[in-house]
Design a protein around this ligand. Structure first.
Ligand SMILES: [Zn+2]
Length: 155
């Protein structure tokens, strides 16, 4: 079975820049900044770039601190999940079942799968709405999987 498409999303760029996080520095991740969710709510790009940069560097102390800020922001968490889906789609041509279906064996959290499934077939708004309805704990689980997927795809 062919992987299903997540929809038409803007691809990430893969250049890096430096960001200072807490008392040390990670290379941030360049993400298109002229972006808001389908309802026009803005994404916190500096936070998202710092989070992905820290995750990319394997710095769990920064990653955890930034994650705590990010999960209070459903739009930014949704954008992170979207980026993970875009990266996967770029690499595999679609999303595998174990990123969208609860019963397929795999490492992605149930919360990540819930969001990825909501966004299938171009349902951007549904994915962001679903993320907005999640608790912070659920968003944390979704964001952690998204970070793992991004790092795995891009490292
Ligand atoms: Zn750090």
């Amino acid at each position: 079975m062919m992987p299903r498409s997540f929809g038409s999303y803007r691809a990430t760029t893969r250049t890096h820049r430096m960001n200072t996080t807490a008392d040390h520095t990670h290379s941030g991740f360049e993400i298109p900044e002229d972006y808001s969710d389908p309802s026009g709510r803005p994404v916190d790009h500096p936070l998202l770039a710092q989070f992905v940069g820290a995750a990319f560097d394997g710095c769990t102390s920064c990653q955890d601190a930034l994650l705590t800020l990010m999960i209070d922001d459903a739009v930014t968490t949704g954008r992170l999940v979207e980026l993970a889906c875009v990266a996967t789609q770029d690499a595999l041509g679609g999303l595998p079942r174990n990123m969208t279906d609860h019963d397929a064996p795999g490492l992605a959290s149930a919360e990540f799968r819930r969001l990825a499934r909501a966004g299938l077939d171009g349902a951007n708004t549904a994915m962001f709405d679903e993320c907005g309805q999640m608790t912070a704990t659920e968003r944390r689980a979704a964001a952690n999987s998204a970070a793992d997927i991004l790092i795995g795809q891009l490292a």
